[in-house]
Ligand binder design. Structure first.
Ligand code: NAD
Length: 279
C-alpha cells in the first residue's frame, strides 16, 4: 500500500473530515477510469469525486478494491442525477453497488433543476440516507442562494457542501459569502476553468509562477486553497496528479493572491443552474 500525500483535511459542518484536494473524474472515459483512479491512489490521493451520470462509478470502485487502502482512509463523493430526484434511495443503492461500497462519504444533489421542482424532496431524501448511514455527509451541487434558502427553510438542515463552478474568472461572491456565513463548505468544480480559458497563459500569473518555481496551474490551485475551497482538478496524467496536489510548500503573497482575484470576469463555462435540466 502507498502513502497518502500531505494534504490537509477540512472539517465539514457535521464533523466529517474531507481532504482539501482530490481527483475529479468527470469525462474520464470508461476503459480509462480504473487506471486513472488506481494511479491517483498510488501517488497518494485519498479523495475521489465522481457522479452517477459520469458513467464510471464501477471503474472507480474497481480501482478502490484493488488498492487495498482501508476504507476509512478514503473519501468518496458521488451525486444524485436529475432523473432520480424522486428516488434518491434507489439511486444511491445503485451507485453503492457499482462502487462496491456500503456507504459513500458525501452524497450530493447534483443540480437543482428548478423546472422539475423536486429538489427540496431530493434534499429531504438525501438527509434520510445520511440518517440511514448510506452516506456520512449530505450536500448539494450547483445550488444558488435561492435554492439553498429553500432547502434550509424546509428542513432546518444546512448542506455540508455546495459544489459549484468556481475559478478566478467566475468567483460567485454573493453565493460564496452566503455559504461561508452558513457553514457550508465550498467545493470548486472547474477549478482550472476546465481548460477552456486562457487562464493558464496570463502574463501576470507567469511571473508569479516563476517567482515560486511552480506552474501556472499550481498558482491558480494554491489561490483556491488559500480561499479555503475544496478542489479536485481533473487529469488523467500521473505527473499532473502530483503537480496538482503539490500546493502546500509555498504561499502567494497578498499582492500575488490579489493578481489572481483580479481575473474575475463573470465568465462561466458550464450551464446556468437556474436553467439547467429544463426540457
Ligand atoms: P478542471 O478545471 O479540473 O479542468 C480540467 C482540465 O484542466 C483538463 O482539460 C485537464 O487536462 C486540465 N489540467 C488539469 N491539470 C492541469 C495542469 N496541472 N496543467 C494544465 N492543465 C491541467 O475541470 P473539471 O474536470 O470540469 O472539474 C473538476 C472536477 O469537478 C470534475 O472532474 C468533476 O469531478 C467535478 N465537476 C462537477 C460538476 C458538477 O456539476 N457538480 C461539473 C463539472 C465538474
Amino acid at each position: 500500500m502507498t502513502t497518502a500525500l500531505p494534504i490537509p483535511n477540512i472539517e465539514l459542518n457535521g464533523g466529517t473530515q474531507i481532504p482539501q484536494v482530490g481527483l475529479g473524474v468527470f469525462l474520464v472515459e470508461s476503459g480509462e477510469t480504473e487506471r486513472v483512479v488506481s494511479e491517483a491512489l498510488e501517488v497518494g490521493y485519498r479523495h475521489i469525486d465522481t457522479a452517477a451520470v459520469y458513467g464510471n462509478e464501477a471503474e472507480v470502485g474497481a480501482a478502490i478494491a484493488k488498492s487495498g487502502i482501508p476504507r476509512d482512509e478514503l473519501f468518496v463523493t458521488t451525486k444524485l442525477w436529475n432523473d432520480r430526484q424522486t428516488d434518491a434511495r434507489g439511486a444511491l443503492e445503485d451507485s453503492l453497488e457499482k462502487l462496491g461500497l456500503d456507504r459513500v462519504d458525501l452524497y450530493l444533489v447534483h443540480w437543482p433543476v428548478p423546472s422539475q421542482d423536486t429538489y427540496v424532496s431530493a434534499w429531504e431524501q438525501v438527509l434520510d440516507l445520511r440518517e440511514a448511514g448510506l452516506t456520512s455527509a449530505a450536500g448539494v451541487s450547483n445550488h444558488e442562494v435561492e435554492h439553498l434558502t429553500r432547502i434550509i427553510e424546509a428542513t432546518g438542515e444546512f448542506p455540508a457542501v455546495n459544489q459549484i463552478e468556481l475559478h478566478p474568472e467566475h468567483q460567485r461572491q454573493e453565493l460564496t459569502a452566503y455559504c461561508r456565513a452558513n457553514g457550508i463548505a465550498i467545493e470548486a468544480w472547474g477549478p482550472l476553468a476546465q481548460g477552456k480559458s486562457d487562464l493558464l497563459t496570463q502574463p501576470r500569473l507567469v511571473e508569479v509562477a516563476r517567482a515560486h518555481g511552480k506552474s501556472l496551474a499550481q498558482v491558480v490551485l494554491r489561490w483556491h486553497i488559500e480561499n479555503g475551497t475544496i478542489i479536485f482538478p481533473k487529469t488523467t496524467r500521473r505527473e499532473r496528479m502530483l503537480e496538482n496536489a503539490d500546493l502546500f510548500d509555498f504561499e502567494l503573497t497578498e499582492t500575488e493572491h490579489a493578481f489572481v482575484t483580479a481575473l474575475e470576469a463573470g465568465r462561466n463555462y458550464g450551464p446556468d443552474p437556474r436553467e439547467y435540466g429544463a426540457n
